[in-house]
Ligand binder design. Sequence first.
Ligand code: H79
Length: 432
Amino acid sequence: MKRTLLVVAALTVSVPLLGQTGYQPSAANLAAREWFQDARFGMFIHWGVYSVLGDGEWVMNNRKIPVADYEKLPAFFNPVAFDAAEWVSLAKAAGMKYITITSKHHDGFAMFDSTVSDYNIVARTPYQKDPMKALAEECRRQGLKLFFYYSQLDWHNPDYYPRGNTGHDAGRPDSGSWPRYLDYMNAQLSELLTHYGEIGGIWFDGWWDKPDADWKLGTTYALIHKLQPQALIGSNHHRRPNPGEDFQMFEKDLPGGRSQSFNSDSEIGNLPLETCETMNGAWGFNITDRRYKSTREVIRYLVRAAGSNANFLLNVGPMPDGRIQPEFVTRLREVGAWTSKFGESIYGTRGGPIPPHPWGVTTRTGNRVYVHVLDAPDASLLLPPLPAAVQSAKLLDGGRAVDFKTGEFGVVLTLPKERDAIDTVIVLDLAR
Ligand code: H79
């Protein structure tokens, strides 16, 4: 009985607090959402003191490393080969339009200059510099937007209490002040929103660690939107978007996909969409992970994402010395060769008009439809009826005409005998 009452009380209290109620995005924010969707392709960067161990960004939790031992890591983090211009140039060469980087991951270590705690890169590492500053400046110089990943979950701060589902082996005292933790988090977010010029937005993660806690999301979201109204807020909570969020992301799944257990409850909302994926199996640098996706697989994921009306945020986990490993660099340059040739079928498009199919996807701009034929075994392909009559069909690569017939059931395309091994893109111009 007591338990039931508690549950009811928790529900009635927490529901209205799940976001910035009454949020009206500013004109600048709405414009940024359009920019974001046009951009379609970004670079995700997971980089932190965990990179030193070469065992992924979850190493503190997975190897049950207590705070006292984990705190030895910053002394070994000295990325003397870090060159912001190289990273940004590489992203640009791949055809990426923005970068999203871990400013703080679950381990709680700030990869930026923070005054609210000395658990940060400037105070605790021999490097003593703020790489977010260098990246922000370089992104501005090269015309990319910079987003900050920020983990709401924290395995280091004792005020992250009561603890959530993870981080139980960090050896922290069984006490702490949750309101003080939220103040700390909001103070760090204020730093990220005031010290680095105009940023693209904040990519939250870790909410899922304490889904029943009162995160006072409305306060945090209002703070961000007040400091930078154009900044886009997204949260990787695997739920429907909350009021105050500006885009919705999916981890290791296309929108609506269910391949990951944590996506079992995810639902697609009405906001701009993004999906993120790793280039091997790891987000943070992993020295033994050789499960590299091929360039072809990466490009086809970008195509499938665009056809699902979503951006693709492709991850790299730089090494502790600041370099990006050659396996990633090679693939990114190859992806760039493809995007520079086929980019018009991706950038500035929206998914559709035909929903994704096993044979491939469609993207569109205005009255032009790009049919991305990925896995169509037959010599012809039937498209369901389109919103307007097809006036011409041609290959994007080379411009050769593609035969088509319009009938009662839709449009039948005669596919070229020689298919592109990655993606055969057919351009349809529809009547206005
Ligand atoms: O930042 C990246 C991940 O660290 C973070 N989100 C992306 C963008 C993330 N946090 N949790 N999860 C993803 C899902 C949890 C996966 C886990 Fe595991 C499975 C945690 C423990 C088992 C993968 C395998 C990570 C550690 C071992």
